[in-house]
Design a protein around this ligand. Sequence first.
Ligand SMILES: O=C(O)[C@H](CS(=O)(=O)O)OP(=O)(O)O
Length: 230
Amino acid sequence: MEIEILHLLDGAEKATGTAVVIDVFRAFSLEAYLYQRGAALILPVQTVQEALDLKKEHPEYLLAGERHGAKVQGFDVGNSPSAIMHLDVKGKTVIHTTSAGVQGLLAASHADEVISGALVNAAAIARYLKKKNPDYVSLVCMGLEAKRDTEEDVLCAEYIRSLLQEKPLADIDERIDALRYQEGKKFFDPAQQNVFPQADFGLCTKRDCMNFVIQAQHTQKGIQMVKIDA
Ligand SMILES: O=C(O)[C@H](CS(=O)(=O)O)OP(=O)(O)O
């Protein structure tokens, strides 16, 4: 198995083999928590307009996502894992649009298979990949707004690679904790709590707490994200 770490939209476009599109803060942590809490299906869409149109067609769907981190007007919820903790998402179909993670999923069109990546299910992703044993794995770090690299996505990629290569990162927990002084510092900024609540940091950095992967599947109507036990 050859493993490459790629970056941002350009990296997603270049991804081949099995692509793991990584967005720890917060798109794919949110998707994992939605499934953990019983959501039925997640539909990633590229634009806000597509998301609003789909919601109009299906008012029963939950509409989630962000632009510049903030919940978009007309959406039910933002991109915040802690914000869905008080919602009943059981059996719900969720429309999801974000500026980094979801754009990466949709851009990875040259990959044979695309799954999402986050710290909450990193070990499950490594188990799934080991079992499938593809010749090529692309670990794509989506960063901030898919425009610049961020520490948490690169760390998640390095962690998954270390599990695949059976070379454990001895300092993984210290490095996860250090994220609070790096990209994660916005979650501790009192002035940004309405967009980046502190609870999201803990939820997004709780590594290996879920035993499933989320796979992008193509349908006639677009892509859907499906939970697969691993
Ligand atoms: O909602 C988030 O935390 C981010 C905001 S940004 O695009 O990185 O500024 O969205 P995501 O697509 O989950 O990275």
